[in-house]
Design a protein around this ligand. Structure first.
Ligand code: SF4
Length: 95
């Protein structure tokens, strides 16, 4: 189980939450679908809060490209991996 998160991951997640970009929102939606089905997601009155495995605030964590799920349900990406994934999705959507 990965509990270590870097300042860079936390900063990136909150930055992408405050200033939403279409690429990170697509990834966030994919990750949130997985988290919604997970027993470790803490909810309060319809809002998604933290993950009880890693202690992260989920709305920010799912927007941190580098972050990964502590139980391996979704993975993090390096900048290069993420660029390839994003470019591929754009190509798939155009065809
Ligand atoms: S990050 Fe992983 S463990 Fe936490 S709520 Fe999402 S799927 Fe579950």
């Amino acid at each position: 189980m990965k509990k270590v998160k870097t300042i860079a991951e936390v900063y990136e997640g909150f930055k992408n939450l405050a200033w939403k970009k279409s690429e990170s929102e697509i990834l966030a939606r994919e990750r949130l679908e997985i988290c919604i089905g997970c027993d470790h997601l803490q909810r309060y009155r319809g809002f998604y809060l933290g993950c009880d495995m890693c202690g992260c605030y989920i709305p920010a964590k799912i927007r941190s490209i580098k972050s990964s799920c502590p139980i391996g349900e979704w993975k993090g990406f390096t900048k290069e991996e993420y660029k390839k994934k994003h470019d591929k999705s754009n190509t798939d959507n155009r065809s």
